[in-house]
Design a protein around this ligand. Structure first.
Ligand code: ATP
Length: 253
């Protein structure tokens, strides 16, 4: 049974489902009103990309999976849009790559932090051995003003690889400046977040997160050398140029 009253064969099904989840996220106090604007911007880029995973985004998803599997302390950062759109899929990815999940908000309030953590707990992270962090907030990202700089010392603070989907550009740049390897999921190849990433995945988070999980499961028996060569062969600038090229070509198929 579909979550929305529209058949899955509808040409705009995915975008209507996304809007519905974001709207519900706002109603539940998970997503901020600014999150609605971010969603609109993402939708426009997805339309221009033909609402599909382009080849370079699939390669980026594979490199992201390899990077997460190589990491000592991988963390998946979750904001209000991510929590509304892919809560269960984030828990599944964290389980596949042995990562923790950290709630991390641009517009941080205790109510929203707790609502998001509770929403993630509905997807049974404990059963998958996944810890939900972010509420301790005992470390800071240098270079950001107070509320936006808060992270957990044993979460993003100590992470070597961080997945930051739909992240604001300032924070993505500040995390990169701390020496974190960043995987960014963002439909806009021109955004500062995508540009700051070691691995930018220019794709809708609805498609990208399950795709990274699929690659991680396929690579779970790969050797360190193989994983390192996948990461080493990945070129973030080429991935961004390919995405920009796909948008400019206007070829929606
Ligand atoms: P920046 O500060 O990085 O230059 P920005 O100000 O546009 O960019 P925000 O509005 O803070 O960034 O973040 C929203 C970003 O998330 C946008 O770039 C938008 O394209 C992207 N986005 C929104 N919805 C999705 C989605 N479902 N999947 C992937 N990306 C999305």
């Amino acid at each position: 049974m579909s979550e929305i009253d529209v058949p899955e064969s509808h040409p705009r099904y995915q975008s209507l489902l996304t809007r519905h989840r974001i709207e519900e996220g706002v109603e539940k106090g998970i997503t901020s009103k600014q999150g609605l604007i971010a969603e609109g911007r993402g939708e426009a880029f997805d339309y221009l990309l033909g609402e599909r995973t382009i080849e370079s985004a699939d390669e980026a998803a594979r490199a992201a999976a390899a990077l997460l599997l190589l990491a000592d302390r991988p963390v998946l950062s979750v904001n209000g849009n991510v929590a509304a759109l892919v809560p269960g899929e984030i828990v599944e990815l964290a389980a596949a790559v042995d990562a923790d999940v950290e709630v991390n908000l641009f517009n941080r309030t205790d109510e929203r932090m707790e609502a998001i953590a509770a929403h993630l707990h509905e997807h049974d992270p404990e059963a998958a051995g996944v810890e939900i962090k972010g509420l301790t907030a005992d470390a800071r990202i240098p270079g950001l003003e107070h509320e936006r700089s808060k992270v957990d010392a044993d979460g993003i603070g100590a992470a070597d690889v961080v997945l930051v989907p739909l992240e604001d550009g300032d924070r993505a740049e500040a995390l990169a400046a701390m020496g974190k390897s960043e995987i960014v999921i963002d439909l806009n190849p021109l955004s500062r977040s995508a540009q700051a990433a070691a691995v930018p995945i220019v794709d809708n988070i609805l498609r990208a997160v399950p795709n990274v999980t699929r690659h991680a499961e396929a690579l779970c028996d790969a050797s360190r050398e193989e994983l390192e060569s996948i990461v080493g062969d990945f070129d973030p600038d080429a991935a961004l140029s390919a995405a920009e090229g796909a948008i400019r070509s206007g070829d929606l198929e």
